[in-house]
Design a protein around this ligand. Structure first.
Ligand code: ADP
Ligand code: MG
Length: 213
């Protein structure tokens, strides 16, 4: 089979330019499979190990969904740790480097909440954070999710292992039901299945076995 290129995935020019600068030439298997589904607006469950390129798989289509003229939060990404939240936010920032008017912010425990509140007030469309701190902001009304159109649960099994299940569900309930939802997990347990059943609309299952990079 002829190898796929990012150009074949119908990705917007300003994102393609960033990918080129980052040295991304060929999309990984999870990217080839997930990007078209997400671009069509479908919910997906992606089963893939670390290092398979999941951030771009959900990051690229989610950036494309943002309306830059709207300064409200439109994309919400949950990740299990501060480190992963920062990593994902940094990478999404890089992918959207040439997309005018799109801002990404990482929010997590351990950083003063006042710093995050100031940044939120300036207007950000993509939030990446740990469930605990996201919920803190919701409770303080410093984060409003009424205009969210896309939610990503990254490393969902790890979030459950860390005891974030209640927080995750409380956050999901704050977002509009018409949202698109993508969940990524190295393993698909019964609990993951239950969450998918409850919060996702006929999710497409995508599985990637091997490490791609
Ligand atoms: P995962 O979330 O599945 O663990 P990441 O999205 O963090 O994986 O990607 C792992 C590494 O591979 C990162 O350094 C990322 O920049 C790089 N990467 C991802 N996709 C590609 C690609 N298509 N081409 C080159 N490098 C890539
Ligand atoms: Mg990842």
């Amino acid at each position: 089979m002829k190898s796929m290129h990012f150009e074949d995935l119908d990705i917007k020019k300003d994102i393609l330019k960033a990918l080129k600068e980052l040295g991304f030439e060929v999309p990984t298997p999870i990217q080839v499979q997930a990007i078209p589904h997400l671009k069509m607006g479908k919910d997906i469950i992606g089963q893939a190990q670390t290092g398979t390129g999941k951030t771009a798989a959900f990051g690229i289509p989610m950036i494309e969904r943002v309306n830059p003229k709207n300064k409200a939060v439109q994309i919400l990404i949950m990740a299990p740790t501060r480190e992963l939240s920062v990593q994902v936010a940094d990478e999404i920032q890089k992918f959207s480097n040439h997309v005018i008017g799109v801002k990404t912010l990482a929010i997590y425990g351990g950083q003063p909440i006042s710093t995050q509140i100031k940044a939120l007030k300036r207007g950000v469309q993509i939030i990446v954070g740990t469930p605990g701190r996201i919920l803190d902001h919701i409770n303080r009304k410093t984060l409003k999710l009424g205009e969210v159109i896309g939610v990503v649960l990254d490393e969902a099994d790890q979030m459950l292992d860390m005891g974030f299940q209640e927080d995750m569900e409380a956050i999901l309930k704050e977002t509009p039901t018409e949202r698109q939802t993508a969940m990524f997990s190295a393993t698909i347990s019964r609990e993951i299945e239950r969450i998918a059943q409850k919060y996702m609309k006929q999710p497409e299952k995508i599985m990637v076995a091997q490490k791609a990079l």
